[in-house]
Structure formats: C-alpha cells, structure tokens
Design a protein around this ligand. Sequence first.
Ligand code: RAT
Ligand code: ZN
Length: 430
Amino acid sequence: MATTVTASSRRRAALAKRVEKIVNTTPVSDIHTHLYDPAFRGLLLWGIDDLLTYHYLVAETFRYFDLPFEKFWSLSKTQQADLIWEALFVQHSPISEACGGVLTTLNLLGLDVKKRDLPALRRWFAKQNPEKHVTRCLELAGVDRICMTNSPFDDVERPLWERGFQRDERFVAALRIDPLLLDWPGAAPRLAQWEYDVGAGLSDPVVGEVRRFLADWSKRIGAKYLMVSLPPDFKFPEQNNCAQLMEKAVLPHCREFGLPLALMLGVKRAVNPQLRLAGDGVGRSDPQALQNLCAGFPENKFLATVLSRENQHELCVLARKFRNLHVFGCWWFTNVPLVAEEMTRMRLELLGLSVTPQHSDARVLDQLVYKWSHFREILSRALTDKYVDLSRAGWEPTAAEIKRDAKNLLGGAFERFCRGERPAPGQVRP
Ligand code: RAT
Ligand code: ZN
C-alpha cells in the first residue's frame, strides 16, 4: 500500500513539475492591459513610483491614512509613493495581492526587497534604459504580445494616433468606446468637433456618422477588438442611448469589420469619487443582457469578463450555450489568488480549453512580471489537478498535448476566436 501511495505521489509530483515548466515557458498574449506602445513615451508608466501609486494600492493605503483626500492628491507622485510605502510596506506587512505583487516584481527584477530601502530602489530604476526595460519586463513576464486600451476620447493619446508613429509590433491596439456608449450627450459634441455630422439625437444619419467614426478609428489604430466597461444595471435591449448605439452602430460596425466586442460587466464608477481612479466599485450584473446579445446577434463575437464573483458561474454557463461568447480574465477585484483560482478551476471544468482565463490589466509595465508570475502558479496547479484526474481514468497527457493546452489558454484560443475559426478536431499542434 505504502509503495503504491509513494509511486502515485511521485508520478503526481513529476506531472506537476512538467506542467509547471510548460506553463512557465509558454509565451502569453496579454489580451487586456492599460500599457502603451513605447512610442507614447510618458503614457507608458514604469518604475517604482508608478508601481507604488497604482490605484489598487491607493485604495488600500487610505484605509490606514487620516490624511484628507485633497491633501494626498496635491502631493507629487514621489511624495505619494513615499506615503504609500510607509503605510503599506513599513507600518504593516505587505500581504495584500497588490502589495505582494510589487515585491514579486522587484524580486524577479533582481532587487533586494528585504532591505526595505526605497531610495535604493529609486536609484536602480533611475539607471534603467526605458527601451531595454520594456524588453526586460516582457521577457521576465514571458509575454510576447500586449493589447493596449486605446481611446480616441483621450486628449493626450488622440493626437499621437492622428500624427502617426512607428508601431512596436509587440503592442496591439484595442478601441475603447466607454464615453460613446455611456455618455452620449458628452460624446456627441466631441464627434461634431472632429467633423462627424452628429447632433444629440440618434437618427439614421447620426448613426451612420457614428459608424464612420468607428470605422476611421478601427482602421487608424488597427484595432483587434472594441471594448467597453459597463455598469451592473446595463440592460439590453433597452430604449436608452447606450443600448441603441450598441445595436445600431457598434454591433453592425463589428460585423462589418469582423471584430469582437469586449464587454467588461459590473463596474460601479466613482462609488467614492474622492479616491479618483481608485474609487470604483463592483455590483452584480444581470447576465440576461449578455444572453440577449449573444442570442440576438449570432454574427457578432463577444468577449466577456464580469467583475462580481457571484456572476462567474452564470457567465460560464452562458458561454456553454453561445459559441459567439468568449470568456476572459480574472478582472480587477477578482484578480486575487483565492478568487482567481476558484474562477480558473470553474472555467476549466465548465469550458475546457475554450477560454482565456487571464489578462493582466497592467497599468505599469513592471506589473506584467508579477501578474503573470502569480497567475502561472494558479494555472499550473489547476491544470495539474485536471491531468491527474485524467490519468486516474487511464488517460496520460503527452508533453505535446500539455503544450498545446497551455498555448490555447495563454492566447491561442483568443486568437482563434478573433479569427472566427474553430479548432480542427483531433489535431495536436504542439
Ligand atoms: O483594473 C483597472 O485598472 C481598472 O481601473 C479598470 O481600468 C478596468 O480594468 C477597465 O478597463 O475598465
Ligand atoms: Zn482594464
């Protein structure tokens, strides 16, 4: 008996090691980030002060602060980073996911975190060459492609696209359209200012102009998909501007260009406006809206992620019913090990390999390092357990099959979904 147990635990350990090695060395295509092509210079955040002032950490810091919000916002980035470091790393142990992420990143970059020496960390980053640092972070994270979040409504970003620049092929564009769908009265005058013939109403000619705007920007940036974050009370169909614009302009545009629409559901914006970017919250979404979209528009492709933990199971079940729906990412508040592991296991069990279980949502380049290192651990554990279950049933996965599966989960399934292809049955492509 003891021999059998030892033999099976040895087999399990060997399988775990093999899976871990494959998962760790499979390149990732990161399908949603807030990083920018290096040509955007200052928009691409990196380094210790940007890591420390990440809005996930800002929210956590205010739980320990007495400081008035306005006082904090009036400080320079370095001063804010000092306060955050003191509150989250010096006065308390940095055990939250966002804090631990800073340490994983620094550690993998080869820095000594145990000295707790912020000035020394700053000196190290000051010496880095930004171009080389981009390559180094991508290599350390094992990421070969990054989807950006590109908004024509962003006054800093827009002129750069209009002027044109030499693209870095590692950075892929995605067209963000939140202001268009969520604030039509605010977006309409801007479109008019950019010479699209729109008034406040949504007549057919106005809808035509919105489509021209979407076409111009999809072409200009070479958009891989369109995307929007929506509040928990999003409904479809509905007689409001958001649903009407989606139905009459966005979905036909996506069909014409063969582009998926990414829906990120469940964000409550500005629950505490004093926290600025850190002030958004979460609410449970109604999956009926997504069901109506998938069922009503079978020629459209939908990428979806939901912010509320309570919505995750319903989303998986919906994806089992609609092959024009691709589930992705452990988004924002769900990107903590406890929830991400649960979600990843649930998705593998309900959707197999037809899912993209993670995106980084990195806002700071260096975060790629921890976000992917942490997720690879989760994925390796979840996959190992599944392969162990298979081997108990007499099915031993080959290395080529494990590689194929890891590739699917880390970008392959997403690429195929975007192209509108289905996997060829029975084929192993290592
Ligand atoms: O995760 C985040 O950083 C959020 O602030 C949001 O940007 C969210 O990911 C989004 O894309 O709406
Ligand atoms: Zn995001």
